[in-house]
Design a protein around this ligand. Structure first.
Ligand code: MGD
Ligand code: MGD
Ligand code: MO
Length: 686
């Protein structure tokens, strides 16, 4: 085991990192008294955290010492899903898991599937030891697509990777487009920078179907229909061309495919886009003028706008804009979706794909886990999934089309292990639950997708109850499976060192808790994009070679608004501010702020359906239905309803949540989910 406490030579304050799936990756200071964490604060010395935390993480001790924390391994005693378990010892639990996995592995290890996402973003506790274990086993490979792959691929094809502006330089921008991002809720530390820019005279424009708390505080809100962002971006290009608001020199020297993009964009006059986006044509013209004539102009994209069929293309289209106006020339101009591509993570050394020893296991997409758990063996699919090991994720609540996900998890012939802090909707279906440590209790090291610092997390307290770090569980399972490769003996601190090797100063991390990557102030002022051509690729040869459109285009949703008279409303399900995906839903003080599951609906749509404010409603389509209270609200535009997520199913009025109605279809690029490409009807409950 790891040394439980390291007081860091500072009495009882321990430096850490917020583990959550959020662009901000805050530096934490935990105050420990008599071995107990009594307070978690933002580190004032870390420029991006600036001493401030979101409401959720400032309640971290409430989550870590929650009376419902799982304190011992548990074995199921009732039917799957009933949530009935009895405590067992670690040895019993681990022996049982190994004895169940061994015969499956002997037949075909691909019948075993890991299922994990970003419960912790830590490089060590997420896949640090787990990937080694599953590679050595030869288990099915999980395609980790549930969040960001459409946008990630879009960026990759256009800019060459998940790279962009440094977040701190938005403070000097004069125009900021906040595009598909509710920054106040999900990117608070960026919002603080945007506020600085606003005080210095910047204009803020929010592009989002929902009138969010962020939209409220911007100068302008463009409430487009979900999944129409590429049409808007193409119309902006049309106007930049028509009015010659272009940086011809930057285009000539640092871009590829301009003539072809020009032709495409000229097919998108603002009138056409206005029709598709459902916004006034004047708004598009004004936005184009602002973007074409204000310098420096910056775009903060977030992943909210890529959870639709054309999400990858939409990101490609938007990522072309800064090059057209030469915005990258200034450090306060350009675009930021994710900065994670700047981090020199040594994935091979950490994950050890060499342990596959030449095997190439099949891939299962985490988005389609509902269908895949219900599939029989076949030459196309491979073996039926017989065992599932879930960690850092709550698929029964967060994966789309949960009717099928639940049916799959309920299979009697499926052996399921869940590593968790709490008895989540997913843990209810486990055969064995293993108690996991929280960030206050283990070592980890973090990259970020919203800034460019590496953070180290030291354990502040001993594990609560019998909890163990994920790494420790996979070490113990490796031993029981007879895997004696030396890499299974690496302890967590050495895994932290391995993650970046010499690329970051580990002594500085130990002493200060964070280290800044050396990245140029304006990384693409003179081109130098990490694409094959070194240019911003408007046209992608690579996509064209794969038989796809080499240019970005608007691809209508799988379920476009107005295409199904039985389900006329477009539904999006963005995060509730005080939850993080399905994490924190069980923290009472935070749940009290959110109240209960809500569907925001515009007054016009409510009245035609006889729905009163506060009334219980049924939200349904052919995939399923869930119930919640309706809130008649200006936050919803006509034709679009907002089902704020992601509630635990068992805390919802009918034991279901919003993912009952979302679909398992995929995005144009990256095989991502289409949570916000979903048509429903809403009716009042009697
Ligand atoms: N408090 C909190 N913070 C979070 C999260 C959370 O659950 N809660 N989630 C974290 C995670 S997992 C991620 S991936 C990141 C980013 O997570 P995101 O899901 O990108 O988070 P938001 O910033 O809320 O952005 C979503 C916004 O996009 C809008 N939107 C929906 N459809 C469209 C569309 O078609 N076009 C446009 N333009 N906008 C659309 C939604 O209304 C919403 O306001 O945030 C992280 N931060
Ligand atoms: N309808 C709809 N669905 C969505 C979204 C949406 O906007 N709308 N957003 C999607 C997005 S962007 C994402 S990223 C996914 C997120 O989906 P998930 O990554 O599954 O995120 P969470 O729901 O937060 O669940 C993470 C779980 O990991 C556990 N955990 C945390 N730390 C540790 C640890 O150290 N060890 C172990 N063993 N467990 C730990 C937590 O207790 C929590 O239950 O959801 C997606 N689902
Ligand atoms: Mo996400």
């Amino acid at each position: 085991m790891q040394p439980p406490i390291n007081a860091n030579g500072q009495g009882s304050t321990v430096r850490g990192a917020c583990p959550h799936d959020c662009p901000d990756t805050c530096a934490l200071l935990t105050t420990v008294q008599d071995g107990r964490a009594i307070r978690v604060q933002g580190n004032p010395a870390h420029r991006h955290t600036d001493g401030a935390l979101c409401t959720k993480v400032s309640r971290y001790t409430e989550r870590s010492y929650h009376p419902d924390r799982i304190l011992t391994p548990l074995r199921r005693t009732g039917p799957k899903g009933s949530g009935q378990f009895t405590p067992v010892s670690w040895d019993e639990a681990l022996d049982e898991i190994a004895s169940r996995l061994k015969p499956i592995a002997a037949r075909d290890p691909q019948a075993i599937l890991p299922y994990s996402y970003a419960g912790t973003m830590g490089l060590v506790q997420s896949e640090g030891m787990a990937a080694r274990f599953f590679h050595r086993l030869g288990a099915s490979h999980l395609e980790r697509t549930i969040c960001a792959t459409a946008g990630g691929e879009g960026l990759m094809h256009t800019l060459g990777g998940k790279v962009g502006m440094k977040v701190e330089h938005f403070a000097e921008s004069k125009l900021i487009l906040i595009w598909g991002s509710n920054s106040i809720g999900s990117n608070l530390h960026f919002w603080r920078v945007a506020q600085q820019a606003k005080r210095d005279g910047a204009r803020l424009v929010c592009i989002d179907p929902r009138r969010t708390e962020t939209a409220d505080k911007c100068h302008e809100h463009i409430a487009l229909l979900p999944g129409t962002d590429a049409a808007l971006a193409l119309a902006l290009m049309h106007e930049l061309i028509a009015n010659d608001w272009l940086d011809h020199d930057y285009i000539a020297r640092h871009t590829l495919g301009w003539e072809r993009l020009r032709e495409r964009a000229l097919q998108w006059p603002p009138e056409r886009a206005a029709q598709v986006c459902g916004v006034p044509v004047e708004q598009i013209r004004r936005l184009a003028r602002d973007y074409g004539t204000t310098k420096p102009a910056a775009i903060r994209l977030n992943y909210g706008m890529q959870r639709v069929r054309g999400g990858g293309n939409a990101v490609r289209a938007i990522a072309c804009l800064p090059a057209l106006v030469g915005a990258w020339r200034n450090r306060a101009g350009g675009l930021l979706l994710s900065a994670s591509g700047f981090f020199p993570i040594r994935r091979q050394a950490l994950h050890r794909p060499d342990l596959l020893a030449g095997r190439t296991p099949r891939t299962i997409n985490m988005v389609t886990i509902g269908d895949d758990l219900l599939r029989e063996a076949s030459p196309d699919f491979g073996p039926k999934i017989e065992a599932l090991i879930v960690y850092d994720s709550n698929p029964v609540a967060v994966a789309p089309e949960s009717g099928k996900v639940v049916q799959g998890f309920a299979r009697e012939d499926l052996f399921t292990v869940v590593l968790e802090h709490f008895q989540t909707d997913t843990a209810d279906y486990a055969d064995i639950i293993l108690p996991a440590t929280t960030q206050l209790e283990h070592w980890d090291i973090h990259a970020s997708y919203g800034h460019t610092d590496v953070l180290l997390n030291r354990p502040a307290i001993a594990p609560v109850g019998q909890a163990r770090p994920n790494t420790e569980v996979f070490r113990a399972l490796a031993a029981r499976m007879g895997f004696d490769d030396p890499c299974f003996a690496d302890d967590d601190l050495s895994l932290c060192r391995t993650a970046f090797g010499d690329a970051v100063d580990f002594e500085q991390l130990l002493n200060q808790g964070y280290a800044t990557l050396p990245i140029p102030e304006a990384p693409f002022a003179d081109g130098g994009f990490p694409t094959a051509s070194g240019k911003c690729e408007f046209f992608s040869e690579r996509l064209a070679r794969q038989g796809m459109d080499g240019l970005p285009d608007h691809l209508p949703n799988h379920e476009p608004a107005g295409s199904d008279t039985r389900h006329p409303l477009a539904m999006i399900s963005p995060p509730a501010r005080n939850f993080l995906n399905s994490s924190f839903v069980n923290v009472k003080s935070l749940r009290d702020i959110e109240g209960e599951p809500l569907l925001e609906i515009h007054a016009d749509d409510a009245h035609t359906r006889g729905i009163a404010d506060g009334q219980l409603v049924r939200v349904f389509n052919d995939r399923g239905e869930y119930r919640c209270k309706a809130r008649i609200s200006e936050r919803a535009r006509p034709g679009v309803v907002n089902g704020l997520g992601i509630w635990w199913r068992k805390l919802g009025p009918s034991g279901t949540n919003v993912n009952e109605v979302t679909s398992q279809r995929l995005t144009d690029l990256g095989n991502g989910p289409v949570f916000y490409d979903c048509l429903v009807e809403v009716s009042p409950c009697a």
